[in-house]
Ligand binder design. Structure first.
Ligand code: ADP
Length: 163
């Protein structure tokens, strides 16, 4: 399996994302973690902030790089010559959306395969949204996100409070 693309918002990257990256990096020769610019989501962190955090926390994986893409994922994946798209499945609630996405991508590009990794149990409840909700109210997210993300969250909410 030469190149896999792991797309997402990563707002911010959590230990759940990192777990997928770590496991996928043993299966694919090369992985691009691809931050989607055009996903219509209001994000807490800018694209550059998300990219910097991802670069920082994936440093120890020599076959993982981080990029930002805009437009259709499938066009980007084809341009890169990717063998597959990597996604994570946490719960049944993810399944319907992820199936729809995979089917739509397959419809647009027949050769495009989506490879799903099921979450590790300890991260099955973990999402970027819940991390932001907890951190915004001053809750502890240690052990759920990398340290650099914890610091960035603290800084971000401190700045927002001061503003
Ligand atoms: P998106 O906006 O594309 O859903 P996310 O950054 O929220 O972007 O998630 C990217 C991918 O990582 C998705 O496939 C999502 O299901 C998966 N993912 C997120 N959190 C976890 C987790 N805790 N365990 C496994 N997969 C996860």
């Amino acid at each position: 399996m030469p190149l896999g693309i792991y797309p997402g918002s990563f707002d911010p990257v959590t230990n759940g994302h990192l777990d997928i990256i770590s496991r996928a990096s043993t299966i694919f020769d090369q992985i691009i973690v691809a931050i989607a610019m055009d996903n219509n989501k209001d994000t807490l962190f800018t694209v550059d902030e998300r990219k910097d955090m991802l670069i920082n926390v994936t440093q120890s994986y020599p076959n993982v790089t981080v990029e930002v893409f805009s437009g259709l994922l499938i066009d980007y994946a084809e341009r890169k010559g990717a063998a597959g798209i990597i996604r994570g499945l946490r719960a049944v609630s993810d399944f319907e959306y992820e199936m729809q996405l995979a089917a739509m991508n397959k419809k647009m590009a027949e050769k495009c395969e989506t490879i799903f990794f099921t979450t590790s149990t300890e991260y099955s409840f973990l999402s970027s949204s819940i991390i932001k909700q907890v951190a915004a109210l001053g809750g502890c997210v240690s052990g759920l996100v990398p340290e650099i993300v914890e610091l960035s969250l603290r800084k971000k909410f401190l700045t927002n409070e001061e503003a």
